[in-house]
Design a protein around this ligand. Structure first.
Ligand code: PLP
Length: 410
């Protein structure tokens, strides 16, 4: 620190000499992890409303209006269940409502969340065939076709896939997975995790004939964590009549029955539902196509910055780049967590951690939800300054490359 600044700070009694190297955080924290993402003020204000009777007419109207608009977001005419739970709960709900002990589940190890969902299935005593992957690519449809074609007795009861793998920034083409399943004529259910893709990326539950779509509140849906979802096809509903895995809280049947009247069989998360009411309003006012286009453009600007820095994006297939998150690979012998710590300490910004087997090897830039060009410019500036401070070898000009793209695509 320059002597003048040091003297001034000591005189003003702002900091002691020992804490001076880390500035106290000022301004708004930049929460650039890939969820929980920034919650808009309109949603925060909606959540601060006084509670209402969850068995009264006002609540019933609120629920019905939310459920109707959720169908638009999931692009389905079927029911969407809302759980007061994290995404893990909705994973478990999807499996326990449709499958029986010992059923075979085909899963693809694309990243941390695909792996964790398959572990949930194993914990439930399902028999999981987890196809290994390098965490840089989408589901290999040739392997999927081969696995399904060789399953002559139709022992595989469900294929589970993550739409956007948040740990890597790889987005799977669910329409292609569906086509592959259709070509083999295999009757397995298709279950998709759209936790970090919903309301950031085009999603078509009905068109892609997804049987259960799992999602959660804390990403594109502009809410804090705490709600999660199952969108359900007719085939999945029929499967739920035969399923033998036990559940109670997750059971679709009583929830669907209560939902018809605008209620829940338990005390619902009223404040989060107020927030969801507001966030659905915002998303539909912007228009879902515009929401996806905004995310795609900010994601492309982010990748331009990464390439200009001379670094690599974790997703190695251009058709699989995610709209909501970009994984940035660190140069060898440089630790992503040291960079993240410096960026947090110096610039009051949180970047996403590398998870599981890529811990320390990459960091993640979340560019989702209530997010715009200037927020992205600041985010990338923080990263570029962080590189400078931690001695990460890079070319300057990443921020400039992103800005040029943003101007050109205005
Ligand atoms: N699936 C994906 C793709 C995720 O990104 C996450 C969390 O980030 C989850 C599932 C798990 O959700 P939760 O942490 O809300 O249980």
């Amino acid at each position: 620190m320059r002597p003048f600044a040091k003297q001034f700070r000591l005189k003003a009694g702002l900091q002691t000499a020992s804490t001076m190297s880390t500035p106290l955080p000022t301004g708004r924290h930049f929460l650039q992890i890939p969820g929980p993402a920034n919650v808009p003020d309109r949603v925060l204000r909606a959540m601060a409303q006084p509670l209402i009777d969850h068995r009264g007419p006002e609540f019933s109207e609120l629920t019905r209006s939310i459920l109707e608009r959720l169908q638009i977001v999931f692009s389905t005419s079927g029911p969407v269940i809302v759980y007061p739970a994290s995404g893990h709960g909705a994973w478990e709900a999807a499996l326990t409502n449709t499958l029986s002990p010992g059923d075979k589940v085909l899963a693809f190890e694309n990243g941390q969340f695909a792996t964790k969902w398959s572990q949930v299935a194993e914990n439930l005593r399902l028999s999981v065939d987890l196809v290994s992957g390098d965490w840089r690519r989408g589901v290999d449809n040739a392997v999927l076709a081969e696995k399904l074609a060789s399953d002559r007795n139709h022992e595989i009861k469900a294929v589970i896939a993550v739409h956007t793998e948040t740990s890597t920034g790889v987005t799977n083409a669910i329409g292609d997975i569906r086509s592959t399943m259709d070509r083999t004529g295999h009757p397995a259910l298709l279950m998709v995790d759209a936790v970090s893709s919903l309301a950031t990326t085009e999603y078509r539950h009905d068109e892609w004939a997804v049987d259960v779509t799992v999602s959660a509140s804390q990403k594109g849906l502009l809410l804090p964590p705490g709600l999660s979802f199952n969108a359900i096809s007719e085939k999945a509903l029929r499967a739920s009549e035969q399923a033998k895995l036990t559940n109670s809280y997750w059971n679709w049947k009583p929830i669907l029955s209560f939902n018809e009247r605008g209620f829940f069989p338990y005390t619902p998360a009223t404040s989060l539902l107020f927030g969801l009411d507001a966030s659905l309003g915002m998303l539909l006012e912007e228009g879902l196509e515009n929401v996806s286009a905004r995310h795609a453009r900010l994601a492309e600007a982010t990748r331009r910055a990464v390439h200009a820095w001379g670094l690599e994006v974790q997703c190695s297939e251009s058709q699989c780049h995610a709209n909501s998150v970009t994984g940035v690979r660190m140069p060898l012998d440089h630790d992503a967590d040291t960079l993240r710590k410096t960026v947090l300490d110096r610039f009051n910004m949180s970047l996403g951690k590398g998870l599981g087997k890529v811990e320390g090897r990459l960091f993640r830039i979340g560019h989702l939800g209530d997010f715009n060009e200037l927020m992205l410019a600041a985010t990338l500036s923080g990263v570029e300054m962080g590189f400078g401070l931690t001695g990460v070898p890079h070319q300057t000009g990443g921020v400039q490359a992103a800005l040029e793209f943003l101007v050109a695509s205005c």
